[in-house]
Design a protein around this ligand. Sequence first.
Ligand code: PLP
Length: 463
Amino acid sequence: MKYVSTRGSAPALDFAGVTLAGLASDGGLYVPEEWPQFSLDEITAMRGLPYPELAARVMQPFVGDCLTPEKLHELTAKAYARFAHKAVTPLVQLTEQQWLLELFHGPTLAFKDVALQLLGLLFEEFLAREDGTLTIVGATSGDTGSAAIDAVAGLDRVEIFMLHPKGRVSDVQRRQMTTVRAPNVHNIAIDGSFDDAQAMVKRIFADESVTAKHRIGAVNSINWARLMAQVVYYFAASLQLGGPERKLAFSVPTGNFGDVFAGHVAARMGLPIEQLLVATNINDILHRALSSGDYSTGTVTPTAAPSMDIQVSSNFERLLFDVGGRDGAALAEQMRGFEASRAMQLTNAQREGAAALFTSARADEAETAQAIRWAYESCCETIDPHTAIGLHAALQAELPTDVPVVTLATAHPAKFPDAVERATGMRPTLPARVGDLFAREEAYTELPGTYEAVREHILGHAS
Ligand SMILES: *Cc1c(COP(=O)(O)O)cnc(C)c1O
């Protein structure tokens, strides 16, 4: 399996190459040269497999020759052994038609563990083969940082610098990052928004004064291996709810467009999907892009769902590439225009291609709280604000009544106790396995929101 850049000019890489590379050298994102296909019979044959085995089966075509099936299964078994639920991603029924897919049973209580626990093991495996090291630089609006740090803390060949927007992540999220005391973990709080932090990370990747000394890797969802691992739970949910004979719809609380893009990949591989609902909060660039073709950035407004408080969704570029004719040169041109003016119009091909599978919806703060309350009062389920935005979209969707609608439950409610308490009057408690999070000492560096300050810090502290 070869991977090509969405902007057409970076060299093609194999799976090990894209796992360690992150962003392509031409500024694009790596995507498989073509989508592997499963027949309906092959999908049916996956029914009943334990999650780690299903994961290895679904991911093998993307991995190609880089890992044997036995090795891949060994890694998925190890990655998912740390989950607190035997099903790894269990389904919970809300109504006859509505379901939750709980993705938060990993070590840091967010769906990002599903991919990052595996990614840490993949890094270790591929770096050992070439006796190399990797310096990870990432930006987080909350959950990526904690999940990535948990996944790589203590690894010998990996060092991590994680930027978060100061004061804009929840206490639980911050503590899950800053209380991990390992010599290879560096936390940085910057003055600015998540988008500012993400823009700095993109500059680090392109800065030769850094890349000449350190091999820079990515853990945010520009890393292909993360999206690949997320494709698996679309198959898992479908197989449990009557697939592949029966089509499902998925509602996905969306920020950087990684999780929902994984649903698009599942569909491309042959999994029958009726619809993918892109659920956004009031930071709704994706809703505007999908409903009117207008992809223009505004300012970021903080909400109760901070992991979705972003304007530029990196992975949207992957969708534009895939549905817009896979023309890297044309997309590079379009993205240059977007980067200059912070706005672009989707082409007709992109709009029509996206509309075949995607719809979108937006929830404001009151609607988010309302969905939390509804789940609590009508279904006895406590959900977090991100999940609530997905559920709001799922409840609004006009779908045939025989199509199950699965909302991806992306975080444990105890990660966002204030919002849950405001909506329900009940304060969710952290699961015992998270332990003494609020008793542990924090360590992080505060930096001004300038690129130079961040660059100097990384160069000064990377070993
Ligand atoms: C990261 C995150 C999201 C957004 O996922 P994307 O893949 O960036 O679209 C939604 N909810 C939670 C809880 C998250 O941590």
